[in-house]
Design a protein around this ligand. Sequence first.
Ligand SMILES: NC(=O)c1ccc[n+]([C@@H]2O[C@H](COP(=O)([O-])OP(=O)(O)OC[C@H]3O[C@@H](n4cnc5c(N)ncnc54)[C@H](OP(=O)(O)O)[C@@H]3O)[C@@H](O)[C@H]2O)c1
Length: 310
Amino acid sequence: MVNRTYQEMVEEQKKGMVPIVRGDLTGKTVMVTGANSGIGFEAAKHFATMSPARLIIVCRSVEKAQQSIKQIQEETGYKNAEPMALDLGKFSSISEFATQASKTLDRLDILVENAAVAIMGKYAQTEDGWESMLQVNSLGPALHVLLLLPIIMNTAKQHSVVPRIVVVSSEMIFYANIGSDAIAAPNTLETLSSKEYCTPEVLANRYTESKILNVMLVHKLAEHLPKNIVPVALNPGYCLSGLQQAARYKKMEDEFAYTSEEGSRQIIYSAIGGKDEELRGAFTSYSQVLEVSDWMLSEEGKKAEDKTWV
Ligand SMILES: NC(=O)c1ccc[n+]([C@@H]2O[C@H](COP(=O)([O-])OP(=O)(O)OC[C@H]3O[C@@H](n4cnc5c(N)ncnc54)[C@H](OP(=O)(O)O)[C@@H]3O)[C@@H](O)[C@H]2O)c1
């Protein structure tokens, strides 16, 4: 039974974060989205200390990426970081990114889909017509992964390695479900996105839904991809980062929040730790594989998974 209570989450947080896993990334190419802030920036810094041949710093603009690269170089001495621009809220930006990547990247060993937003409040649509948080947190990263798959699969084949696709989800997956009415609708994603469906109550749950969809994406990738690719989802824990600017929970921050550096350790574990066969399709937390929620394992949860990421 794996429906965690809020109190269990707090107790787990208070035990403290696990130590960083270290490895040698010589010759490898690592990519991190949202690498200018919070957990993504700290993960990029950790990767930099493990000497990858290339570290691709993906941010909303090249300028932000350059700033992040400068800071990484100052703090670690690493000189092989490269900027790439990506707006997950624009499908055109994602496809331009993939075109550029296909020309400039000869391999991709670790892809970290970290970028996300937590917008509280009003309904907003992207220029592609999707509800904004759904697109930035779930649809955009899914398209980004799919369009980079040719490079990732080629890396596995040509270099006889096992690339990892690391998707940053959240502990929040234990505290909500995707609505039955959206699952029953002919097109679940379109229903989740529609203005009529997105009442204030639905939007209050949207961040969590988007993180459930991240885990479901990892399940589906594991189902469809060859065994020599390892997709893995993770919970970084509750951390102080840019995300709290949207919703501040002062008591949680004071009592048990981790630093972004501590949260980033779970990205590193999922990217280079554990065993490939155990992490493939898994959800990790505190450097362990954790079973997902009862609802996600239920018939309705499985149906939601099939109807969103066919
Ligand atoms: N902090 C926590 O307690 C916590 C807990 C569980 C899970 N997480 C997850 O951890 C991940 C990192 O979040 P964080 O806490 O480190 O927050 P953060 O400091 O706000 O970082 C979010 C990153 O995502 C980028 N981003 C936002 N919208 C984007 C877009 N449309 N296109 C491309 N990039 C975009 C941001 O870029 P800009 O700087 O340009 O906005 C930023 O680099 C997220 O997936 C979040 O859901 C966080």
